[in-house]
Design a protein around this ligand. Structure first.
Ligand code: PMP
Ligand code: GLU
Length: 397
């Protein structure tokens, strides 16, 4: 079958592929411990579910305005004002089917052949492919582990050229957990303003931060950047609502109107019932969030310590999100019975085959000397998984 040539530019999402593979192996009876896709293992809070049930009961089951209901836009506006110190009106907000959809739509309406989009790396697997699908070229800013995997103003300045249109900032980061302080954001903002480029600020892990870290949005740190910033966020991670598919963008009216028009020719509105639930998530009781984040912190500490203690591995302590991103450089070149570990893909395959543990190779995130493990899974799984990884690695000579 002849497929469109754009399909040759991209690969299926590796995070979702690993998760599907782990599920398929479980169905065959294998006892797989999954550290694959980043998805909170907590149930969606009851007050949010009740709002969805109520929406169904009252017949709120029809098309809504393409870019989301006024009620949800107002809940998002209130959230952005309360949490981020950012004020928008309804025409500056669009709601889509998950933040992934929001980002895809944004890149489609903003960029085309000849444009360059900067992406600090390691980065979420979907950014480069989504940029490629828009026709633009992803330009990777390689950050250093020794600098906490953060882009600095010098690195950013060195990559801004005549074709540069935007930078995608993700703090806290998937996969590294690196989170930018106000001072760091302010320094980057100066270079962004000088370069006259747009910032797409993916704040999806904003609420999942540890050790008293204060999340800040670049547009609130530097209000002069607000006209050039599009904030992207959603309810998937903060409210354990990955399956409900609600994400949103806030920014320049012209951009938001273009996204809404684009969306009117693909999905139309996000699910009406999920929108009603998202209103409750944003406006309702926030107590489950604190409980979830405290549990993630406990797991992070346990997992990072465990990984860091395995000979051949070292692991930075993430400041946010729910991923550990250990360095595996010390394992490259080792082997077991003729099976050599030449990079992150080999190690991920080895762990799956040898001890039934699913991790994501670092390569699609931008580093072949790391692997990613999501700790959004039970402490029991983490304990058992670490034990198995330690054993498998002890067999590598
Ligand atoms: N951005 C980042 C960095 C992510 O890790 C994810 C995870 N899926 C998303 C955006 C999209 O989330 P969702 O589509 O579930 O809102
Ligand atoms: N963002 C999560 C992850 O990185 C969910 C899967 C995906 O959409 O990539 O694992």
């Amino acid at each position: 079958m002849k497929l469109a040539s754009r399909m040759a530019k991209i690969k299926p999402s590796p995070t979702l592929a690993i998760t599907a593979k782990a599920q398929a192996l479980r169905a065959q009876g294998r006892n797989i411990i999954g550290f694959g896709a980043g998805e909170p293992d907590f149930d969606t809070p009851d007050n949010i579910k009740a709002a969805a049930v109520d929406a169904i009961r009252r017949g709120f089951t029809k098309y809504t305005p393409v870019g989301g209901t006024d009620e949800l836009k107002d809940a998002i506006r209130a959230k952005l004002k309360r949490d981020n110190g950012l004020e928008y009106d309804r025409s500056e907000i669009v709601v889509s089917c998950g933040a992934k959809h929001t980002l895809f739509n944004l890149l489609q309406v903003l960029f085309e052949e000849g444009d360059e989009v900067l992406i600090p790396s390691p980065c979420w697997v979907s950014y480069p492919d989504m940029v490629l699908l828009s026709g633009a070229t992803p330009v990777i800013l390689e950050t250093k582990e020794s600098e906490g995997f953060k882009a600095d103003p010098g690195l950013l300045r060195s990559k801004i050229g005549a074709k540069t249109r935007a930078i995608i900032l993700n703090s806290p980061s998937n996969p590294t957990g690196a989170a930018y302080t106000r001072e760091e954001l302010s320094a980057l903002a100066s270079v962004i303003l000088e370069g006259k480029i747009i910032v797409i600020s993916d704040d999806i892990y904003e609420k999942i931060v540890y050790d008293g870290f204060q999340f800040a949005d670049i547009a609130s740190v530097r209000p002069d950047l607000r006209p050039f910033t599009v904030v992207v966020n959603g309810v998937s991670k903060s409210y354990s609502m990955t399956g409900w598919r609600i994400g949103y963008a806030a920014g320049d009216r012209e951009i938001i109107s273009a996204v809404t028009g684009f969306q009117s020719q693909n999905t139309s509105n996000p699910t009406s019932i999920s929108q009603a639930a998202a209103v409750e998530a944003l406006n309702g009781d926030q107590s489950s969030l604190g409980i979830m984040v405290e549990e993630f912190r406990r797991r992070r500490d346990f997992m990072v310590e465990g990984l860091d203690g395995i000979p051949g591995m070292s692991c930075l302590r993430p400041q946010g999100a729910f991923y550990a991103f250990p360095n595996i450089a010390g394992l490259i070149g080792r082997s077991k019975g003729g099976r050599a570990i030449r990079g992150s893909g080999d190690l991920a395959e080895y762990l799956l085959d040898e001890v039934d543990v699913a991790v994501v190779p670092g390569l699609p995130f931008g580093s072949d000397s790391h692997i990613r493990l999501s700790y959004a899974t039970s402490m029991a799984n983490i304990q058992e998984g670490l034990k198995r990884i330690k054993h498998a690695i002890s067999l590598l000579k």
